[in-house]
Design a protein around this ligand. Structure first.
Ligand code: GLN
Length: 202
């Protein structure tokens, strides 16, 4: 199992390290050939507009869209969540996404003054207690289509009730950054999703 990390911009190294600890081969992906060589992909946090521009420059946006539409397992964190969404509120006019998860996300949703916010988030399907979720200029999910599973919501503070973790088919997204806290449970969950997809595809 080879899992790529989209390495155009953002906290790539933290995801590569987290994946390596989950006993998979993890490698950076920038170019279409590199994308062809991976079974699954993580899209890191960073800045989604810049990431989408660089994806166009590296010629990897369309190949990414094709792989996503073709069922490749993808996990997007923060800016990666925005990249996976079909619809973005408060996006830049030139913002491109991979239109994978049928949801509306709001960029920088936690408020312009509040750059970061931390709090407990319980994720359905992941045991071991709530995550210490770190949100950095993070999006939240405004709404999802009927076949998108809501896995987690903020439980405390002014954003309580907001959706911050979702899954649709082989696509997983969180508004927070598990790669920054040393808690590997989301990465392990994603690796299991990718292994299950591999088995089903035969
Ligand atoms: N605010 C960023 C964006 O719009 C996301 C922030 C992050 O990934 N930490 O893309």
């Amino acid at each position: 199992m080879i899992i790529g990390v989209l390495a155009l911009q953002g906290d790539v190294r933290e995801h590569l390290n987290a994946l390596a600890e989950c006993d998979v081969v993890a490698r950076p992906v920038r170019r279409p050939e590199e994308l062809d060589s991976v079974d699954a992909l993580v899209i890191p946090g960073g800045e989604s507009t810049t990431m989408s521009k660089l994806a166009i420059e590296f010629g990897v946006l369309e190949p990414l869209r094709k792989r996503v539409a073709g069922g490749m397992p993808v996990y997007g964190s923060c800016a990666g969540m925005i990249m996976l969404a079909t619809d973005v509120v408060d996006g830049r006019p030139d913002q491109q996404t991979l239109a994978g998860i049928d949801m509306v996300v709001r960029r920088n949703a936690f408020g312009r003054q509040v750059d970061s916010f931390e709090g407990p988030v319980e994720i359905a399907g992941i045991d071991g207690g709530p995550f210490h979720a770190v949100f950095i200029r993070a999006p939240w999910v405004e709404s999802v289509a009927a076949d998108v599973e809501v896995l987690g919501r903020v439980t405390e503070g002014p954003a309580a009730g907001r959706i911050v973790a979702v899954r649709q088919r082989n696509l997983l997204a969180t508004a927070f950054h598990p790669e920054l806290t040393g808690d590997l449970r989301v990465h392990r969950f994603f690796v299991e999703m990718a292994r299950a997809a591999e088995t089903t595809e035969g």
